[in-house]
Design a protein around this ligand. Structure first.
Ligand SMILES: [Zn+2]
Length: 279
């Protein structure tokens, strides 16, 4: 089991700069996004060393398109080419995908699903399928089962995004029970009742984080937990680190203490470089 963090640019820090920091902290898993395509792969690869990664495929909310969009073929081809070419260099264990969310571009619902599945099938990489806020549990499960059959052995399981369930009005604890052993990875971040804000814990969000961590622990959950957090300020970075420690403390007490000790030594230089970057 790995506890990880989504890695993106922060202020004027490049992805490789952020990876340098997470590497020093001993983070063993990170999630990369489409922004990785714009950076120097050699630099990223040398910072990753043996850190395992998941690659979050483009999604409508963050990138304005997903793999079900017919009108974004060129961008989709670039991502497929990138993942297939650099999967090994970037330690990518799986890609994370969602059910279709983009505008149908003149496609029927069935055609849109076919576009998505055909594109996913071109990835030479295992997949996890993430629940989205716009689908009910039943609708998501129907999509998941269909995709699993169509994509055969490519699908490892579900990426359970707790905030997506919560803002839909579903109880994340019920979904953990229902999806149970199909859950291969978990996305956590705090959110408001109706807004997926990707907040670190403890900054005024409404998600019942403690209950969710307890439920996963009680189930003896062994998959990855990734913190999909978007720090907007230096203050948020502190909260990201605190969130990471909170999950470590629950699932890996030994690593929690070694990370605390590393942080004690690292914090002054870490905040100095972050402050410089934030200017
Ligand atoms: Zn997510």
């Amino acid at each position: 089991m790995y506890i990880g963090i989504t890695i993106d640019n922060f202020k004027n820090l490049k992805i490789s700069d952020v990876l340098k920091i997470t590497g020093k902290l001993g983070v063993q898993y990170v999630e990369l996004t489409e922004s990785t395509l714009n950076e120097n792969i050699e630099q990223i690869s040398s910072m990753l060393r043996d850190t395992r990664t998941g690659f979050h495929l483009p999604n409508e909310g963050d990138n304005g398109y997903d793999f079900s969009c017919k009108n974004d073929e060129q961008k989709i081809d670039s991502v497929i080419h990138f993942v297939n070419l650099y999967k090994g260099r970037l330690n990518i264990d799986y890609c994370i995908t969602h059910p279709p969310e983009c505008t149908p571009d003149g496609q029927t619902e069935t055609e849109q699903i076919e576009t998505l599945l055909n594109n996913l099938n071109r990835l030479d990489c295992p997949l996890v399928i993430e629940n989205i806020a716009s689908l009910s549990i039943d609708e998501f499960e129907q999509f998941y089962q269909f995709a699993k059959i169509r994509l055969n052995n490519q699908v490892l399981g579900i990426c359970f995004d707790a905030p997506h369930a919560f803002i839909r009005g579903d109880d994340p604890l019920v979904m953990i029970d229902r999806f149970n052993s199909s859950i291969y990875s978990v996305h956590l971040s705090d959110c408001k009742r109706k807004h997926d804000l990707h907040l670190p814990f403890g900054l005024g969000g409404d998600l019942p984080i403690d209950k969710i961590l307890d439920a996963l622990k009680n189930k003896d959950y062994k998959g990855n937990i990734n913190l999909e957090l978007m720090p907007r300020s230096l203050q948020d970075v502190r909260a990201v680190i605190a969130s990471y420690l909170k999950v470590l403390r629950k699932f890996n007490l030994k690593k929690y203490w070694t990370t605390k000790i590393k942080l004690f030594a690292l914090l002054p230089s870490l905040y100095f470089s972050l402050k410089k970057a934030a200017k």
